[in-house]
Write a protein that binds this ligand. Sequence first.
Ligand code: PFF
Length: 458
Amino acid sequence: MSNNTRENFGSKLGAVLAAAGSAVGLGNIWRFPIETGQNGGAAFILIYIGCVLLLGIPIMMSEFLIGRHTQANTAGAYRVLAPGTPWRWVGRLGVLSGFVILSYYSVVAGWTAEYTVLAIGNHFDGKTAADFPAIFAKFVSNPWKSVLWMLGFLMATHFVVIRGVKSGIEKFSKLMMPALFVIMLVLTICSVMLPGSSEGLEFLFRPDFSKITGSVVLSAMGQAFFSLSLGLGCLCTYASYFSKETNIGKTALNVAVIDTMVAIMSGLIIFPAVFNAGYTLDSGDIGPSLLFITMPNVFGQAFGGVPALAYGVSVLFYFLLVLAALTSTISMHEVVTAYVSEEFNTTRRKAALIVTLACSIVGVVCALSFGPFDGVRIFGMSIFDFFDYVASNIMLPLGGMLIAVFAGWYLDKKLVRDEITNRGTLRASYLRLVIFILRYIAPVAIGLILLGQLGVFR
Ligand code: PFF
């Protein structure tokens, strides 16, 4: 591993936008509204924000300081900081999680590309609510279409990654993140101005604390992990390209704020439109099919009086999903590419090619699990659901817990302090609180999520 050829992000803004690009993704626009809808609205959001502040930011800071200090890929980072110990398996677990999530995430990312093309071709026009489930079922079960879109998405990711850290990832994030924000703003305004939007707003902002149960808290924590890209060393890898001047605490706060704002804006786009179209949240409308069955119908109904607006809003919405998904797939690809390139001493191009090919194979299997492999069940789940369950519900929380223990207990306190205060040049009055959380609160809380996910409390 030669550090002298390693690239860095060119600017602090570039570093924040790249990390925010990783965090903002399908998790915000797809998973967050589903979780909010299923777990009681505003009460869920409050707990989610609590999880981001209490667990998300300290663990993100740990990933940042581990990556920035070692300037290595996530597996290399543990090898440098804890040579000859089993800690290197935390890094390897992260690389494996990144690989698995990238493979199945690219399938859904491919769907967003197909739906962008459908929206551009005005294919939602004139359809009724009954048509959309059939359109979606036909698409996902078509082995060619979903496989080709998934491969196309991986190729797009590949081309950004091989351009390198500065002229690939950073440049792309600097272009895409502002575009994403503008599109979200336009969509939020359109949705909030719909007649009857107040019902959706009330659902989002008036908490009903009677809805809070243990499982709601567990879901909120799991969602915070997935959404902030925590637990697999993704942000650790990005931080290995941070300059020594980057303020770790401030960057973590910025990324968490951007990610949470985007999640809430997604709620502001989706819920007023869903209520306006007359859906109820306790029906099957708020399920994984939300984006591909409910939303195309919502656009037609909500903006149906002005067909040009319905068209524009649906095109923008699916394009937004493509952008958000792409900045996230790039970050997962980078975790694995940096690992292969540095640990096996290959060029970045060759490493990226190996990663893209390997992910394509697993991705094809995941894509086909909606069609020809539909009958294959692992522990009662489809192949796609199995990968999603194991990666997001087990591997990420486990990785996050180990990262907290590593930074809180194993690492020398002076190293942690030096990284967070940039060798004493920054004030960080929150340092002791962060270390306390890493030592005690995060391992216990995440341990509970894990046991909860494994069904121990059922
Ligand atoms: N945070 C991304 C999202 O919300 O869609 C998903 C993700 C990206 C998870 C990168 C993990 C990761 F390393």
